[in-house]
Design a protein around this ligand. Structure first.
Ligand SMILES: [Mg+2]
Length: 276
């Protein structure tokens, strides 16, 4: 078959041995409001072949319920439990790795609610840490308060390091850009929980019972999706249906284990390996 098949080398895990998949969403199964061709069939094939998967997103502005509905509207059946957002990962991190239960949150209302549902209070005074999310309701008053608390030395945690978020109308400022503004004012940088932090991969793998030898991260970004796979010691599968191009792969110092035009060709490779 012509075209880009796979850049698999001797050391990487062959596609046939992959049974657990962490799946990026934007650029991998959909592009903004539109599903990527073949994505629904790819997911259906994973299910019917007994493979397990979890959808991953660095975007914390919507919770798992909202993403499950979005996927379902595209013909991809998903339950909230099939999705891990950087928001949920941040909540889990706060609960399992820190004693902070009262935080000053620079966050959209939905993430504030997610924190409170998990028993983490969002407070104006008496905060034990500052939590920064991709805040589409950011105001100067919130920035001012966060900067003052950070200058006082409060611990600082952020949902995701992305500088911009791609939308159908262009790239808009994301959590990483907000963190850059705060760093410029205070000199402080947060612990980012989302991709490429290996902690997020480990949470996802735990959710679906994955082990490194059989798990892969499938995504469209080299510096988040593929970087996280590398840090977590799992297989990296790049799809060229979103941000990265073949030229980016050629220029990259560390190549992904596998490269496919989209998840449709990944599905075909899995199907061929299952027939062999
Ligand atoms: Mg993506």
């Amino acid at each position: 078959m012509a075209g880009i098949e796979s850049l698999q080398d001797q050391r990487s895990v062959p596609v046939s041995e992959l049974s657990h998949f962490l799946l990026d969403m934007d650029g991998t199964v959909y592009l903004g409001p539109n599903p990527i061709e073949g994505a629904a069939r790819f997911i259906a094939y994973l299910r019917s072949s007994g493979r397990r998967y979890l959808f991953f997103t660095n975007n914390p502005t919507r919770d798992a319920d909202a993403y499950a509905r979005k996927l379902a509207d595209m013909g991809i059946p998903a339950e909230p439990g099939d999705i891990l957002t950087s928001g949920e990962a941040t909540v889990r991190y706060l609960l399992s790795e820190t004693p902070y239960r009262r935080v000053y949150a620079v966050a959209p209302p939905s993430f504030g609610e997610e924190l409170r549902r998990a028993g983490i209070e969002t407070v104006e005074t008496g905060a034990e840490a500052v939590v920064l999310a991709f805040d589409t309701t950011l105001t100067y008053a919130k920035l001012e308060r966060a900067c003052l608390l950070l200058s006082d030395g409060l611990p600082y945690i952020a949902t995701n390091p992305d500088r911009v978020c791609p939308t159908e109308y262009g790239a808009i400022p994301d959590c990483g850009a907000m963190a850059a503004l705060i760093e410029s004012a205070t000199g402080r940088t947060p612990t980012f929980i989302g991709k490429p932090n290996a902690a997020m991969a480990r949470m996802g793998m735990e959710k679906i019972g994955a082990v490194p030898g059989s798990a892969a991260m499938v995504g469209d970004r080299l510096y988040t999706d593929m970087e996280m796979a590398h840090r977590a010691g799992i297989a990296s599968v790049l799809v060229l249906s979103g941000e990265s191009t073949q030229a980016d792969v050629d220029a990259a110092e560390r190549k992904p284990d596998h490269v496919f035009p989209s998840v449709r060709e990944l599905m075909e490779a899995l199907r061929r390996s299952d027939r062999a």
